[in-house]
Design a protein around this ligand. Sequence first.
Ligand code: A3P
Length: 280
Amino acid sequence: SKETALSHLFFTYQGVPYPVTMCTSETFQALDTFEARSDDIVLASYPKCGSNWILHIVSELIFAISKKKYEYSEFPVLECGDAEKYQRMKQFPSPRILTTHLHYDKLPASIFKNKAKILVLFRNPKDTAASFFYFHNNVPDIPSYASWDEFFRQFMKGQVSWGSYFDFAISWNKHLDDENVKFILYEDLKEDLGAGVQQIADFFGFSLTGEKIQTISAQSTFQTMQEKSQETHGTVGPFLFRKGEVGDWKNLFSESQNQEMDEKFKECLAGTSLGEKLKY
Ligand code: A3P
């Protein structure tokens, strides 16, 4: 069946499934000894929460401060690629941007030891699941699911790339008030992008004029990024910048799926500050 076929596309490392096309155990082993710098910029999020959005914002902020275009000579996701990438990354000028979908406790220890700043981006689980499903089923080069119902089942079991949304959230939720950690919501960025860009700039210590913050915000709207997506992200661009809305899950979820996710959400996150803040 399609389900069995898809399970071969993951490999499990320390209890979490990762896509075999993007991650290897050799890379994970090499990552253990990765030397983070105190001025590394870590952007952590579960897949489809808007990682490319904040990556763009942070790159623009760095450009505004340093006049240096941030070059992605490596695939931006820290845990993806070949095991030698960390050797090559030693040559990269500061500040390096490290995007990751890893759980808090799976990050290399040097990130904490050297006190790199970590921005954690969350998005409500329903829109995240919807976005993840469309991504699989729209992008030609990656495996598609037989149906939304099938994807939903796997998502709820955590049998998708990078594992369970809820495990990711539980792991980060304990650390959102830690020193050097700041968390930000997709939904808040949508509501007031200018305020979000300002908060990100403040957190990383980038001092820019209000005018500059507004310019960067205008360059970071969904529409602007979608229009340039082919140029910036190649053929996958238009699939990556699909709709960019809050509440699109309503077009996919059945009432019972809605209830099932509400239950799971309560079980995992109710009563926590993250549980209070996630809006959808
Ligand atoms: P949708 O599929 O709901 O449209 P990631 O970059 O982590 O893979 O996340 C992709 C999701 O972020 C997509 O969601 C994409 O449209 C959305 N996104 C990307 N840039 C955005 C922006 N500037 N404004 C709002 N949403 C954005």
